[in-house]
Design a binder for this molecule. Structure first.
Ligand code: URA
Length: 205
């Protein structure tokens, strides 16, 4: 019953959740990824941080946000008064989706159906952690958590309603801070991201 795709919620014991996520075959993404990456952090965290999906380094290590996007997040969080170690950090999609190009694996954006299959696990994590605030980083997390797929730049810095009626603070994805097309946009994105993290820190204080 745990993996039946039409059941409304995962009903196993909370401590078995990471193991169940690692065993997931609910969508085809598990075929090529090294492993699923469950959330990480205290299970009584006030803040849950949600990204898109594991990247190359997360896929290899099995832990969320350990690569370049994670370093960007950690660096700005530290200056915003937000302690990453106190947060539960996870992703909307638990497997890395990529296209091989030579020796490299190029990130591919997850499809709506993949986001929807994996929402089952995100909801189970939310039910386990019961965070008082969820930080949605990027469009995939925002879509999964709020059902709203509208453009992110006009929504960031605002609070929307997520699963179980929990508040979801919308912000940019830290990769965007690295990849925005020009220096001016990268700098502006960093300032906006930092402002959102300050707001998150104040909301959970
Ligand atoms: N980007 C994400 O969205 N999540 C990670 O875990 C790493 C990079």
């Amino acid at each position: 019953a745990q993996l039946a795709s039409h059941a409304s919620a995962w009903d196993g014991p909370a401590e078995d959740l990471p193991k169940a996520i690692r065993a997931c075959t609910r969508c085809p993404l598990h075929c090529h990824a090294t492993q699923a990456v469950p959330g990480d952090g205290p299970t009584d965290a006030a803040l849950m941080v949600v990204g898109e999906q594991p990247g190359d380094m997360e896929d290899l290590s099995g832990r969320p946000f350990v690569g370049p996007a994670g370093q960007m997040f950690d660096g700005i969080a530290a200056t915003a008064g937000l302690n990453r170690e106190a947060a539960y950090v996870t992703n909307a999609v638990k497997h890395f989706k990529f296209k091989p190009r030579g020796k490299r694996r190029i990130h591919q954006r997850p499809e709506t159906s993949e986001i929807e299959h994996c929402r089952w696990w995100l909801h189970a994590e939310i039910a386990k952690v019961r965070p008082s605030l969820i930080l949605a980083m990027g469009a995939t997390a925002a879509q999964s958590l709020t059902g709203n797929g509208a453009r992110l730049l006009s929504r960031r810095g605002s609070i929307e309603t997520g699963p179980e009626g929990r508040p979801v603070l919308i912000t940019l994805h830290p990769s965007y801070l690295l990849r925005a097309p020009d220096q001016a946009r990268r700098e502006r994105a960093k300032a906006q991201f930092r402002q959102d993290l300050v707001m998150a820190a104040e909301l959970i204080a």
